[in-house]
Every structure is written in C-alpha cells, then in structure tokens.
Design a protein around this ligand. Structure first.
Ligand SMILES: Nc1ncnc2c1ncn2[C@@H]1O[C@H](COP(=O)(O)OP(=O)(O)O)[C@@H](O)[C@H]1O
Ligand SMILES: [Mg+2]
Length: 373
C-alpha cells in the first residue's frame, strides 16, 4: 500500500449552483490522526467527505497527498485510485450477499487469492467482534451488527484514509456509546488515518485527535478536544460545545492583570466580572481590545455546570427558580435574575420551583465574545 505522511486540503470550495457548500476549506491531516468534522445538519460535512473521496468534483482549490496533487478541480485522481475508504450512515451493505461476501467483495475485485481473502475476512470479523457471522445476511442482523460489517468491509481493504459519515446516527443511545468505543479501539490498534463526521459533540470529544467545527460551509475552529471544549473560538462554537447563558452584555471596563484580562460586564443591569486566562486573553486581546469602545456590545457564555450555589464567592447573584428537571446526580434548572434574564444551571444540591437561590460564578468561567467572534 502506498503510504503517506500528510494529506492536505488547500482552499477547497464546492458550489452546487448558487449554493456554496464549502468555502475555503483548509486542513492538514498527519498520518494516523483521527480528525472529526463537527457541525449541524447542512453545514457541509458530507460534501467535504465526498470531495475528499473524489465522489464529487471540487469547484476550486486543491488536495495533496504529501507533494502529489490528487485533485485541483481539473485533474482528479479517480476514487478507486485514491485508496480511501468510506463508511456510510445507512451501512450500504449488499442485501443479497452474506456477511462473508459483502466483506470479500472488494478483495475479489482485486483478484486476491481465495485463501488470503478467507483469512483477511476472518481477521476483520474478529476485530469487529463478529466471529462466526460469515453466512448471515444483513437482514438477519441488528443495526449495530450491520454497521460493524460496514466498517469491516471498509478496513479489510486497508485504506490509506478511512472516512466515516455519521456512522452511528441510526443506532440507539446505548449502542452508539458501545460502537464509539469499538471505533476508538480499532483506531488505536490499526492507527488508520481517519476522518469522522458527526453532529454530536460528545462523539467528537470522545474520539478525536483534532476537531474541525463547521458552520454553513465555513470552518469555525480547528483544535484538540480540550481546546474546542474550553476555548471556543466564537459564540457558535461555544453554543455547539454546550455553553449556555449566552446573554447580550456591555463591556464597562477591561483591565490587564498580568497575562490575564479582567472584563467587567453589564448584563442588562446585572454586573458580572469575567477573567480571561492567558491563552484566551491572548487570543481575545487583539479582537476584543481592537473592537473595544465604551459600551462595546458583547455576549457572555457560561456552562450551566460552572454555576455554583452559595452565599460566598465571586459574582454573587440572587435568582428565582422557574423550572427544575431532575437528572439523577444533578438537576437541570432554569431560573431568572431579578432583571428577568434567564439563567441555566446544573446544581447538585436540591432546589425547588419558586425558591429564591443565591449563586456564584467564578470569573474565569465566564467567556466573552463579540457577535462576530
Ligand atoms: N447534490 C447537491 N445539490 C445541491 N445542493 C446540495 C447537494 N449536496 C448538498 N447540498 C447542499 O449543500 C449543503 C451541505 O450539505 P451536506 O454536505 O450534505 O451537509 P451535512 O453533511 O453537514 O449535513 C446543504 O445546504 C445541502 O442542501
Ligand atoms: Mg451529511
């Protein structure tokens, strides 16, 4: 198999008529990495995969394996010559073929020796924990088992790049988590360079070396799970990564405290102090300080689980509990400040509807974004 060190996507655009589905897409994947495209339905994830696979032509830009251009919109290496593999959401198994024949199909096209084929099929079936399933037909198997066959059929070809397009979204919640673990352990064992597509932030966080967050054909942020989770680049990424309490606010003051930035905010009369740590401060300083004028409108973003109950601590506020959803370990609580602004929190202690509570928010847990991010 022809191996590679890096796969590079440079300024790739893809339009369907007037619709721009991918806009200046740039990415470098190092061999063995697991990269996830994360974003809501319609943001261009499948389009990106199909362009990489060579299944649809790109409008402009180029893609490279090491120094070799495989596609520049004019000259395009055909899909089968790219030696990439794709696993689809709907499995796309051949219904009239047994599991063995589904998996052996591509190897037979390559005219490999029958004994070699038998051994390779056996070995991938073991890898996806489906030993002994050779003679079953797809309709005799559960969704999770069929998805495993689809993955086995793909990895048996030893692709240079494995692409998975929302492979778990047809499975129920528990099976999704089991299969997620399965995919991770297959990747750990084989170290196949992989691109995984999902709209589920948990899946992206659990599986990836790097996450590419997308919105309307534009990349919003590329980073490790930790970076995207704790330092979202903008309001969209923050919202997608589970931040809530996105309130319009005004900056009252910004002061530099060493490497950090102290930002005093006025949220429709409620005063909050935010502190941006060194990395965030550095990233923000340019944008936020440059954009900063007196009464600069911004937005807050605070994770519900970062809001604590208590009489002591910074950013003391009083609020009224509106709705309580019991979740076991915690509760999802919607409350409102005295000015009517709604606040979402997840206290571990019990609170009741109608109750007045006091809460406190650590300044470093309050993210600040301009509207444009
Ligand atoms: N063949 C096509 N013709 C026209 N528009 C398309 C086609 N494929 C995708 N699109 C549009 O491109 C955008 C991105 O689609 P897609 O890549 O399927 O999104 P995702 O996989 O993130 O849900 C959507 O607005 C979709 O309607
Ligand atoms: Mg899709």
């Amino acid at each position: 198999m022809r191996d590679f060190k890096t796969f590079t996507i440079k300024n790739v655009c893809k339009s369907f008529g007037p619709k721009q589905a991918l806009n200046n897409f740039n990415l470098t994947l190092e061999k063995g990495q697991f990269i996830t495209f994360l974003g809501p339905s319609g943001c261009g994830k499948s389009t990106a995969l199909n362009c990489i696979a060579g299944l649809i032509p790109i409008t402009s830009g180029a893609m490279f394996i090491d120094d070799e251009c495989i596609d520049d919109g004019v000259h395009s290496v055909p899909p089968e010559k790219r030696e990439f593999g794709m696993v689809f959401q709907n499995y796309a198994l051949f219904p009239h073929l047994t599991v063995f024949n589904n998996i052996a199909f591509g190897l037979e096209l390559k005219k490999l020796d029958k004994q070699v084929i038998r051994e390779r099929v056996k070995s991938v079936l073991k890898m996806v924990h489906l030993e002994g399933y050779e003679e079953k037909f797809p309709n005799q198997m559960s969704g999770g088992e069929q998805q495993r066959v689809a993955i086995a059929r793909c990895i048996v070809m030893e692709p240079r790049l494995l692409m998975l397009d929302e492979p778990l979204s047809n499975l129920d919640a528990k099976l999704r988590i089991d299969m997620r673990y399965e995919i991770k352990s297959i990747h750990n064992r084989l170290q196949i360079s992989s691109i995984y597509v999902t709209h589920d932030q948990q899946e992206a966080l659990a599986l990836s070396d790097r996450i590419v967050v997308m919105k309307s054909g534009h990349i919003q942020q590329v980073g490790t799970p930790e970076e995207v989770y704790s330092q979202p680049a903008n309001l969209f990424v923050a919202d997608f990564m589970g931040f809530r309490n996105i309130w319009p606010a005004e900056i009252e003051t910004i002061t530099e405290g060493g490497a950090e930035l102290e930002v005093r905010l006025n949220v429709q009369g409620v005063k909050l102090a935010s502190r941006l740590g060194p990395e965030a401060a550095q990233a923000k300083r340019a944008g936020l300080m440059a954009a900063f004028q007196k009464r600069q409108p911004v937005y807050t973003a605070i994770r519900p689980e970062d809001i604590a109950l208590g009489e002591n601590g910074p950013n003391q506020q009083e609020c009224q509990v509106d709705v309580v959803e019991y979740l076991g370990q915690t509760s999802q609580v919607a409350a409102s400040f005295t000015n009517g602004v709604r606040i979402d929190l997840r206290p571990e202690a019990r609170v009741d509807q109608g109750e007045t509570i006091r809460l406190t928010i650590a300044p470093e847990k309050i993210q600040v974004f301009t509207k444009e991010g």
